[in-house]
Design a protein around this ligand. Structure first.
Ligand code: GLN
Ligand code: ZN
Length: 762
């Protein structure tokens, strides 16, 4: 029998982001729900057909989502908080969108559920809210409908579900606490999955994939028992010909493999990209249950480089030395890579041949299964040619600079407390200074002018004039509402990472390589191709211009090296540490030029620092923080004591690395907290956090306008934990995805709230 091929999940947005476009049009009232559904259906059909034609045996269904698969799971299980039910929409999609984005209108006023990053990716899931196990019951037909929809096209799919263990570990109570995995909850959850499997048995499904990425994390007391308690009834209830595939990814399950293996799943998918050593060791140590096929995740779902077939075959053969029941699979869902390299021919064949996006990875899965069945020297040879010799030559200037670095380059003097005093004097800011995170709404007009520039319909000069007008306007507006530290608005930037990439040596760019970030939002990461350095000043002219237009402090705005790397496609031929240091030197040049141009406050965004924190605690420092934090210090260590360095993180969950964040040695940090829990405030208090902090006082991911009272209340919560002299007042992230209509009233309320609180504190 030939080796089975399986794909864990496929990107759903469409090769031209059709899904994003139609959903956003629906939100604006420009198309009907029916039109949206029709587009979604066409996309599903197209993606299934593509996989079928590529020779994939187990094609995923229910990997489609209008917003987020975790939110879909919450709805499937009936975990929908009453306040969203009370909106009484007459269709499922509007309820879904209200949970994902909040809703403010004739039916009510609700905030969205919090959003968090999906493990170490830049994808965000909606955090399910669940207070009462008795609410759990099968409450949607989505997975079954999609299975049937594919069946009607003659495609027999493998339905995909977010698993019960991962779901419960990610869900929170309405008080933002972790769920207590008691018997009642475990039983109620398992019962719904049993029912789902029964339905699939009736529908004639042969494989059902249950995703349990949470299994690659460290286990807390009771976790393994909870996992067993969930799966014993589910496995026992298998009926018909349904086979159950336990899908794990983003790391290894070495610590629970023995338990998992004993449970007797029909299939266990292991990640041999991120968890290779530990997973192989576990297989060798414990063997493979007679009932189980190992799905070897050898095609990387997280990067865009071509698969090295020799390496993958080596893994497949090692697995085969333990069991002959082996399938070939992607190592994770392909959701995290772009759709196809087709259309990127401008990069040139010599470059493009090194890349495999989702569609091309299908071919790799097929090739590897074929190669596992029968040697094909031709296929192997042409693949090997991609990895023989070096792809690019090193830049000697970059190497020399890196080699010359000493410990002093990673340390800023004098100590922070001393700097903070100097800065207070130099900047002359009020208590609880107000600011924003950098970007202001990127209106249609701004995007249209940029497109014209790109197409050559607008001269550089005319474009620059336009951007300056935007800057002037945004400054005037900020002054009017009374913000303290201003920003220029980032109108010149398409994206906080791509923009810097475009102005650095060593990067390549695609036209259309979008990946989903959250909801309908997609990003287009640049590719690190060679050694990185800065050719010319990047932002200096804009920041200097902006500062010349106001008497208030203008904040310079940069993206930090860790974030640039994390939101790019990194090289696989040199370490992430080395790539980050190259980036740090490039941004350091920019910091010093901004300072020389008279910019007194410089924000270096490390929005993505937390997201690549290794999933296993034992790897946190050795594999990441030990070089990521010093790389940030390398960026700003040479500025004057009076220059204030800010950083920003799009994530509140850094209470567990709070000391490392403090060790970045920034003077001020702003972060997302309004949608998250308040735990981080406790952590800041407990850690004697030295960095001044601006926990976001409202959620910019939602179009709703927070009231002044609401923000005052929020500031009150912050001041309960952090000394007022160390608090900044700001939204929780950049405003570029918002419209002006909601942005300005929100900021006005923010400033008024800060002013009101000031009078009470002083
Ligand atoms: N300065 C960036 C902005 O305001 C930060 C964005 C982010 O954190 N994602 O858009
Ligand atoms: Zn942010």
């Amino acid at each position: 029998m030939s080796t089975l091929t399986s794909v864990s999940g496929f990107p759903r947005v469409g090769c031209n982001r059709e899904l994003k476009k139609v959903i956003e049009a629906y939100w604006k009232g420009a198309v009907s729900l029916e039109e949206g559904r029709a587009t979604a259906k066409e996309l599903r059909a197209k993606h299934w057909t593509l996989q079928k034609n590529a020779g994939i045996n187990l094609i995923p269904s229910n990997d489609f989502s209008y917003y987020d698969q975790v939110l879909d799971t919450a709805i499937l299980l009936g975990a929908v908080p009453q306040r969203y039910r009370d909106l009484n929409f007459d269709n499922a999609e509007d309820t879904l969108f209200a949970i994902g984005r909040g809703y403010q209108g004739e039916k009510g006023d609700v905030t969205a559920l919090p959003m968090k990053k999906w493990f170490t990716t830049n994808y965000h899931y909606i955090v399910p809210e669940l207070d009462d196990a008795s609410a759990l019951q099968l409450s949607s037909t989505k997975p079954f409908d999609e299975f049937e929809e594919a069946k009607a096209l003659g495609i027999h799919t493998k339905p995909v579900l977010v698993g019960p263990y991962t779901f419960l570990k990610l869900a929170r109570t309405s008080a933002a606490e972790e769920l207590e995995l008691n018997d009642e909850l475990l039983e109620a959850t398992a019962a719904v999955y049993v029912e789902i499997l029964e339905r699939f048995a009736q529908l004639g499904a042969s494989w059902v994939q249950i995703d349990e990425p949470y299994l690659v994390l460290d286990k807390e007391d009771g976790d393994v028992a909870a996992f067993q308690a969930l799966y014993e009834p589910i496995l026992a209830a298998r009926s018909g010909d349904v086979k159950l595939l336990l899908n794990t990814y983003f790391g290894n399950i070495g610590d629970v493999y023995e338990t998992v293996n004993a449970l007797g799943f029909d299939g266990v998918a292991l990640d041999f990209i991120e968890g290779r050593e530990e997973n192989l060791a576990a297989l060798k140590k414990f063997g493979v249950n007679d009932a189980t096929t190992i799905f070897a995740g050898v095609v990387n779902g997280r990067n865009i480089w071509r698969n090295n077939y020799a390496v993958s075959l080596d893994v497949i053969n090692t697995v085969r030395s333990v069991t002959d029941r082996v399938a070939v699979s992607t190592a994770s869902s392909l959701l995290h890579v772009p759709f196809s390299t087709a259309g990127e021919e401008a990069l040139g064949e010599d470059v493009l041949k090194h890349f495999a996006f989702a569609s091309e990875k299908l071919g790799e899965v097929r090739d590897l299964a074929n190669l596992a069945d029968a040697a094909d020297d031709e296929v192997l040879r042409s693949n090997q040619a991609l990895f023989d010799g070096s792809r690019v030559s090193a830049d000697p200037a970059v190497q020399t600079r890196l080699d010359a670095l000493t410990a002093a380059d990673f340390k800023r003097e004098p100590a922070r407390a001393e700097r903070q005093a100097l800065q207070r004097e130099a900047l002359n800011l009020p208590l609880l200074p107000t600011t924003t995170i950098g970007s202001f709404p990127q209106t249609k007009e701004v995007r249209a002018e940029r497109a014209k520039l790109r197409k050559g319909e607008l001269t550089r000069e005319a474009y620059d004039t336009f951007i300056k007008q935007q800057i002037d306007e945004v400054i005037r507006h900020q002054e009017e509402i009374g913000l303290d530290v201003l920003v220029h608005g980032e109108f010149e930037r398409n994206d906080m990472v791509e923009y810097f990439g475009q102005n650095l040596n060593g990067f390549l760019f695609t036209k259309n390589a979008w990946v989903q970030s959250y909801g309908t939002r997609c990003v287009k990461p640049p590719i690190v191709w060679g050694d990185v350095s800065r050719a010319n000043p990047i932002t200096v002219e804009w920041s200097a211009y902006a500062q010349s237009r106001t008497d208030r402090v203008m904040k310079g705005m940069l993206t930090g090296p860790v974030t640039i790397l994390n939101w790019s496609w990194p090289r696989e031929d040199i370490t992430h540490e080395r790539q980050t240091q190259q980036l740090a030197l490039a941004i350091r040049d920019e910091v010093l030029d901004l300072e020389a141009a008279g910019i007194k406050v410089i924000q270096i965004d490390e929005a993505a620092l937390r997201e690549k924190l290794p999933l296993r605690r034992s790897d946190w420092h050795s594999q990441y923080l030990d070089w990521a934090i010093p790389a940030f210090r390398l960026v700003h260590s040479a500025v004057k004591p009076s220059t204030q360095i800010h950083t920003h993180m799009c994530y509140s969950k850094f209470n567990d690395i709070i000391r490392d964040i403090d060790a970045m040695d920034a003077d001020v940090i702003s972060f997302e907290a309004s949608r998250g829990d308040l735990v981080v405030l406790d952590a800041i208090e407990a850690a004697n956090f030295e960095t001044e902090a601006g926990p976001g006082v409202y959620d910019i991911h939602s179009p709703r306008i927070p009231s002044q009272a609401e923000i005052e209340e929020r500031i009150g919560e912050i001041l309960d934990k952090i000394d007022a002299s160390k608090v900044w007042i700001n939204p929780d992230c950049g405003l570029k995805t918002r419209g002006n209509a909601e942005t300005w009233p929100s900021l006005e309320n923010l400033v008024k709230a800060a002013q009101a609180v000031r009078t009470r504190v002083v």
